[in-house]
Each structure stands twice: as C-alpha cells, then as structure tokens.
Design a protein around this ligand. Structure first.
Ligand code: SF4
Length: 322
C-alpha cells in the first residue's frame, strides 16, 4: 500500500449567497475551506463529522460532481480540477460514488440489468449485448446477488439489496477510487454490518481505494485505515484509526467518541456533551471555529486560529498541542 493514488491539496468550495432585487452576492457559505489529505492505493480514509460539516461536499468536489472554488485534486499525479471534455469523461471511469439512499438513487422503472449496465452504455464500453450482460452478471455476483435478479425492478428489493445494486452500479466500470457517501446510514442497523463487510471484501478483491464518509465514528472504525474528522469545512484531526480511537486529541473528536453508541478503547469516562449546534459556515466564529462549543477553550481560542500540528502522522488543529 505505497503508491499515492489521490492527493487533495487545499480545496475550497464557497457557495455564493445572493440577495436583493439584482441578486447581488452578499456573502459566501464556506462549505469546504482548505481541506488537504492524500490516500494510498487500497487505503480507506474515513471522513467523519456532524451534518453540515462539509464532508459530502468534499467527496463531490473530489469526484468533480461539484466544481471547486480553488485547490487541486491530483489523481495519479494529474489534476482532475484542470481537465475537461473527453479527458474528464475518460478519467471519470476511474472514480465512482456510492450514494446514501438506495431508495432514492435507483430509478424504480428500470430493471437491475439496465441500472447496473447503464454506466457501460454511457461510456460506450463492451458494445455487444452479450458482453455487457456477462459483465453485469459478474459484478452482481461480486456483490452477493444472483444473476436471476437481472430482469427485476429496483422497487422489488429490500434496502440492503438495493444498496448492493447501487454498489454494483458504482463498480461495474472497474474504478480505482470510490467515494462512499454515508452508504449505510439509510439502512437498518442489522444490515449495516453486512454492507460494511461487503465493501471491505470488495476492496481486497477489486483493488479499491475508498473515501468513506459517515457522521458516526463507529461506522468508519471497522473499515478505515485512517480517519479524518471535519468541523465547519476543515479537517481538525487525522490519524491512523487505532491511534485516533485510542488517543483522540481534538476536543471535538473526544466529544464525538464519547457519544459513540458502541464501546471503544478511546471512550473513557462520562459522555462529553457539546453545547449548541454547528455554527453557520456563512458566518463562522472568530479564532478557532470550535471555541463556542469547546469544553477546553482558553482565552486565545477566541481570537487566534490554530495551526495544524503533526506528530508521527497524527495531525491535530488545536492550540492545546501547538
Ligand atoms: Fe478548543 Fe481552543 Fe483547541 Fe479550538 S483551539 S479545539 S477552542 S482548545
């Protein structure tokens, strides 16, 4: 696991807010505000944070489903944000997305064969119907579905089976990088572990690299090699999964871990309650953006933005460690 597949450099996504009769830009929502990380081939990076922290927007910018305000996304050394047209279309085969809601993301009027085979048709791959059918049947088998389901419709399946169909559709082009955006949060708890185990098996079998987005640390724990914690559009802590769970440094990570629903090595003592909601990214707090909710805030946290510090691959953005 040594080759760097993806390098994300200081990406920003600022959405303009327009107001008044002339719809003039009156401000910006800084949904992603300077995110950097790199991923090695076959690595899984868990990206975690509360709703609205910018994790899904980050995933969409990386896959060029949203344009970036600035920054670079180097995929095998090539900046995806600087390509367009046919070059981008060809590059898209290499990176795919698994969506959160298998009920909303699959067209109920299409058969499984049409849903899973559509990306092959869109990219004009495997022109013969027989070849396409064999490829679709093969990837369905990989996700644990029998080829007998080919002519059935998505609405006929349970949530877990629909997510398997969604995974098959994402993988049919044989991508290298997959962004899985909350892939189990719409599923029953009893099904979640099955789908996470399936994704882990497919990573080994198909040589995949995952950016695994979730709001719940316990979901990313079992599949991620490293975990990055996001708050208000920025990564505030990133480390190897075992290190992060055993030794969480950032007060926000400590609070998330203390609230996690399952026993964890890093979960010591009483639950840490975070006051208030995530502030608006339209008008983030001064200094450390976490200071209004932080139970360890000191005077300078209100005025000075903390820098990132790193010790043996464990990154944290907090004055307590600088
Ligand atoms: Fe809390 Fe200050 Fe650290 Fe921010 S910099 S997380 S407010 S202690």
């Amino acid at each position: 696991m040594s080759e760097v597949l993806l390098e994300v450099r200081n990406i920003k996504k600022h959405f303009p807010i327009r107001s008044g009769l002339l719809q003039k830009v009156s401000g910006y929502v800084k949904a992603v505000d300077g995110v950097s990380f790199s991923m090695k081939r076959r690595e899984t990076l868990g990206l975690v944070g509360e709703s609205g922290c910018g994790k899904s927007t980050t995933g969409r910018v990386v896959l060029r489903l949203l344009s970036a305000t600035s920054g670079e996304v180097l995929f095998r050394g090539r900046n995806l944000l600087a390509i367009s047209g046919e070059e981008l279309r060809r590059a898209r085969r290499e990176f795919q997305m698994i969506f959160q809601d298998p009920f909303a993301s699959l067209d109920p009027r299409m058969t499984v064969a049409q849903i899973v085979g559509e990306p092959l048709a869109a990219h004009r791959l495997l022109s013969s119907g027989k070849e396409r059918k064999e490829r679709v049947a093969g990837i369905l088998e990989d996700v644990g579905l029998d080829a007998a389901v080919l002519n059935r419709y998505a609405f006929e399946f349970s949530g877990g089976q629909r997510q398997r169909i969604g995974i098959a559709r994402a993988l049919v082009l044989n991508p290298s990088l997959v962004v899985a955006d909350e892939p189990v949060s719409a599923l029953d708890v009893s099904i979640q572990a099955q789908v996470i185990n399936l994704l882990a098996e497919l990573r080994e079998k198909l040589d995949l690299t995952y950016l695994f987005i979730a709001h719940d640390l316990s979901v990313v724990k079992h599949i991620s090699d490293r975990v990055a914690v996001m708050y208000l559009g920025r990564i505030v802590e990133m480390a190897r999964t075992d290190e992060l769970f055993a030794n969480p440094l950032h007060p926000y990570t400590q609070a998330l871990l203390s609230a996690a629903p399952v026993p964890m090595p890093g979960k010591k003592g009483k639950r840490l309650i975070l006051g208030g909601d995530v502030p608006s990214p339209l008008n983030p707090p001064s200094g450390c953006p976490f200071h209004p909710r932080c139970f360890r805030a000191i005077q300078r946290c209100r005025s000075d933005a903390p820098e990132s510090c790193e010790r043996e691959g464990h990154f944290v953005v907090c004055h307590l460690y600088s």
